[in-house]
Each structure stands twice: as structure tokens, then as C-alpha cells.
Design a protein around this ligand. Structure first.
Ligand SMILES: Cc1ncc(COP(=O)(O)O)c(C=O)c1O
Length: 476
């Protein structure tokens, strides 16, 4: 494709995207396609000859769009917000159009330095001190894996340069809570600690935050048994209920054993843009790494995940592909992001954040986050004041976990029958196509999570969801 052909097609595509975004509110929120339906609708043979751009656009409209759950829909309340602000979409387009290759500073100096600028901007906007240094990764899952690798190497005195973990005399142990996102156990296993050395610490039954006394006891037991606490992963905003672990207390407990502290704020990190929410990260300055996703609530399109560390020199020692592990991060004059994580080649992801912040501005983003927090409180108040409804967990952020408990034959429903009722009314809400909520097991019973925070969701949409929920608990 030549630049002039690209110009014509790209104009058409941009028009198509703008039209699509305008009609998202009229689409069903949850995709209704059956498994295999998209595949069956597409040609099976790879194209030998160029096809018409219009044919491609038609398939986008007719096959791809129905095959997507519309996470930009104002009635999207499932999993977690996955906003894709149009300003950041422009940055993504610019990134692809520039076709840059980020393997070293030299291969794309601007790619490196814009990333330094935007990670510094977000550090400032979230109230972190300048002791932190950030890089953009694809996801928080990658971020926690990088953190676990760094933790492993710190605890083992760079065992990778000898026999690796396999030659270590004492097992290294990692701690997180039972409410931690599955990416944490996954990272611990991939980093070679082994399931036997992963402790899922109990949580407070009311707040779902890690029980730090239980953490302390688990660490002491491990030390007594000849094992070494290597890392603790604290969650700020758990996936289930947005519970907030006490980072300061965890840092203090970890410090006694020299254990690394990683803070997983994948979803809740966006709230740190609001000074009134920063209490959730109290103590973070004593942690070693912090990951959060602008590609969730804040709204910079996937994949934009931030990983901040304090000791870049250590990270580079662990990750550097240069032969000498003794080489220090400050030896060179420039940042080599290839030595801050796993991949060698990097996309120009920083442009998404750069466009998003420059075109929308932090003030508008903060206003939207505050709107969502207020809408969550509105829904909590409705549920708390309506007989038969229960708000299952505190609502520190934008997620409200609901259960409806009908009274049948004079007794409130419980056990598996209650679970069946919950899953049934959840499905009735989703089947309307007007809203999409996802259930999760919380405290041993199914619960419907309402995760507020799509860019398009206004109070009227939350009001509509609440009406749908109330209608859905009464079987037709
Ligand atoms: C608390 C938490 N941590 C980690 C993740 C994983 O995020 P990612 O999809 O960026 O790997 C999620 C996603 O839901 C999450 O809620």
C-alpha cells in the first residue's frame, strides 16, 4: 500500500471508527455470538490477491462488531473498566503510523524519552515521590512477573548468575492474600518459586483486606522452618471487591525479613490521580515496585500498564542482556528500556499516554473518576435502603457487590439456592442487552459485581441498571 492509498483508506477507517463509537450505546452490551460464529463467517482461504477495502470494512461492521462485547458502552459494568479514550486511540494510530522500533535508545531516541516524560508525568499526577522510575509494559500481569523476578534475584543475591533457584540452600517464599488477582500466583509460579512456597494469606472477613497479623505469623513460621521470606504482593483494589490492603503495615512486616514489596494497583491506580484517594497507597514509599493500568479506569487504550520501581540499578542487573551482570544502570547516559523488562523490541506505547494526557488533560480525567465514585455511592445507598438487598463488601472505589436475598416461606434464601437465584437474576439483567454485569464468588457465595467506570456511563445509566436489577430479581 502506498501512502496515497493509505491516506484514502485511513480517512474512511477513521470515519468508520467515529460512526461506530457514536452507535455503541445502541448495540447490545454483551456479544450474542455463538462460539465459532465469527470464524464461520470469515473466508477460510488466505487471500492471494488484494481485496477491496470496502469489503474489509463491511466485515468489520457485520462480523467483527457483533462479535465484540461493547466495553465502551454506557451499560458496561462487567469485570473492570476498560476504557479506550479516543485521544489515546489517536496516539495508538500515530504509534503504528510512525513504525518505530524500540530495541535500544539509539533505535528510537524519542520512543525512550517520551516514555520517560509520560511515566514521570503520571508519577507526579499520582503523588509518588521522584524516587520511583516507571516503564510501560503490556499488562499488569507482566509487571508483577518482572517484580517477582527482581524480588527473587534480590533475595538470592543474584542466583541467576550461579545455579539459579535450583541451587539455593533455603526455599524462598512469596506471600499475597487470598483475594489477590490470579496474575500474582501465576507470576510466582513462572518465576520459579514453586507452589509450595506461595502463601495465600487470609483476609479480614469484613473488608477483604489482607490480615497482616496472619502475614507476620506465616513469615515467622517460614523462618523457623528454615525458609526465607522473599516477597509480599499487596493489593490496592482487589479484583473481586476493590479491597485495599494496608500497604504501610505490610511494608513494615516485610522489612523485618528484607522481603520485596510489590503493590498491585492494576485497577485502582487510576484513583491515585485524586488526592482524596491517596490514603489507599499510604506506605507505598517503603515498597519496591508498584504496578497499575491506565488502560483500565483512567482510559488510555490497552495495552498501557505502568510498572514503577525504586531500584532501577537492581532491575537492570537482573534483566540486562549485556554479558556483564555487574554493569550499572548509571554507566550509560541513556535509559535502555530493554533492560527494564522481558521483551527486547518495544512499541511506541508512550504516545497513547502522551496523546491522552495532552488532548484530554488531567482535570477532565479526574472529574470523570470522581463522577464514577459518586455513582458507586449512589448505587450503594439504593441497595442498602431497599429491603432484600445486601451490599456484600465496602465500596471504597467504583465497584459495588450486590446480593439479593429473597424471603421464601418465611426464611431468607441461603446456600446453593441463593447462588442459583443470584446467577439467574444476573443473567436476566445481561439478557436485556442494556447492561452487562459479571458475577463472582465472594465470601463463598455468588455475588453480582457492578463495576462502574466506563467513560460513557452517567448517573442515568446506573439508575437504569438499578431498575433492571430490581426487575430481574422477580422471575417472569
Ligand atoms: C487487581 C488486578 N491485578 C492485576 C490484573 C491483571 O491485569 P492485566 O490484564 O493488565 O494483566 C487485574 C485485572 O483485572 C486486576 O484487577
Amino acid at each position: 500500500m502506498q501512502p496515497e492509498e493509505f491516506r484514502a483508506a485511513a480517512h474512511e477507517l477513521v470515519d468508520w471508527i467515529a460512526d461506530f463509537r457514536a452507535r455503541v450505546p445502541d448495540l447490545p452490551v454483551r456479544s450474542t455470538v455463538a462460539p465459532g460464529q465469527v470464524r464461520d463467517a470469515l473466508a477460510t482461504a488466505p487471500p492471494e490477491q488484494p481485496q477491496a477495502f470496502d469489503d474489509l470494512l463491511r466485515d468489520l461492521s457485520d462480523v467483527v462488531v457483533p462479535g465484540l462485547t461493547q466495553v465502551q458502552h454506557p451499560g458496561y459494568f462487567a469485570w473492570f473498566p476498560s476504557n479506550a479514550s479516543l485521544a489515546s486511540v489517536l496516539g495508538d494510530l500515530a504509534s503504528s503510523g510512525l513504525g518505530a522500533l524500540g530495541i535500544t535508545w539509539q533505535s528510537a531516541p524519542a520512543l525512550t524519552e517520551v516514555e520517560e516524560v509520560v511515566t514521570d508525568w503520571l508519577r507526579e499526577l499520582t503523588g509518588l515521590s521522584d524516587a520511583w522510575h516507571g516503564a510501560i509494559h503490556d499488562t499488569a500481569s507482566t509487571g508483577v512477573l518482572v517484580a517477582m523476578l527482581a524480588a527473587r534475584e534480590r533475595a538470592s543475591g543474584l542466583s541467576e548468575t550461579r545455579g539459579g533457584l535450583q541451587a539455593e540452600p533455603a526455599p524462598l517464599v512469596v506471600y499475597t492474600s487470598t483475594q489477590a488477582h490470579s496474575s500474582t500466583p501465576k507470576a510466582v509460579l513462572l518465576a520459579g518459586f514453586g507452589r509450595d512456597n506461595l502463601r495465600m494469606i487470609d483476609v479480614d472477613p469484613a473488608t477483604f483486606a489482607m490480615d497482616v497479623d496472619a502475614l507476620r505469623r506465616a513469615m515467622a513460621d517460614d523462618v523457623a522452618a528454615g525458609r526465607r521470606p522473599a516477597a509480599v504482593v499487596a493489593s490496592v483494589g482487589t479484583t473481586g471487591t476493590t479491597a485495599v490492603d494496608d500497604v504501610a503495615a505490610i511494608v513494615e512486616a516485610a522489612r523485618e525479613h528484607g522481603a520485596w514489596v510489590h503493590v498491585d494497583a492494576a485497577m485502582a491506580g487510576s484513583a491515585m490521580l485524586l488526592p482524596e484517594c491517596r490514603w489507599m497507597l499510604d506506605g507505598v514509599e517503603g515498597a519496591d515496585s508498584l504496578g497499575w493500568n491506565p488502560h483500565k479506569w483512567m482510559g488510555t487504550i490497552l495495552d498501557t500498564s505502568l510498572l514503577y520501581v525504586r531500584d532501577v540499578e537492581h532491575l537492570v542487573r537482573v534483566m540486562s542482556t549485556n554479558p556483564s551482570y555487574l554493569r550499572s544502570a548509571v554507566d550509560g547516559e541513556v535509559t535502555q528500556y530493554k533492560d527494564w523488562g522481558i521483551p527486547l523490541g518495544r512499541r511506541f506505547r508512550a504516545l497513547k499516554l502522551w496523546f491522552h494526557l495532552r488532548l484530554d488533560g488531567a482535570e477532565a480525567i479526574r472529574a470523570r473518576l470522581r463522577r464514577d465514585l459518586a455513582n458507586a455511592q449512589w448505587l450503594r445507598e439504593q441497595a442498602e435502603s431497599e429491603p432484600g438487598w445486601q451490599v456484600v463488601a465496602p465500596v471504597p472505589l467504583q465497584t459495588v457487590c450486590l446480593r439479593h436475598i429473597p424471603v421464601v416461606d418465611g426464611a431468607p434464601l441461603e446456600g446453593e439456592v441463593l447462588d442459583e437465584h443470584t446467577l439467574a437474576w444476573c443473567e436476566r439483567v445481561n439478557a436485556t442487552g442494556r447492561a452487562f454485569v459479571t458475577p463472582a464468588v465472594i465470601g463463598g457465595r455468588w455475588t453480582v459485581r457492578v463495576s462502574i467506570g466506563a467513560e460513557a456511563t452517567e448517573l442515568a445509566d446506573v439508575e437504569e441498571l438499578w431498575s433492571l436489577c430490581r426487575a430481574a430479581v422477580v422471575p417472569a
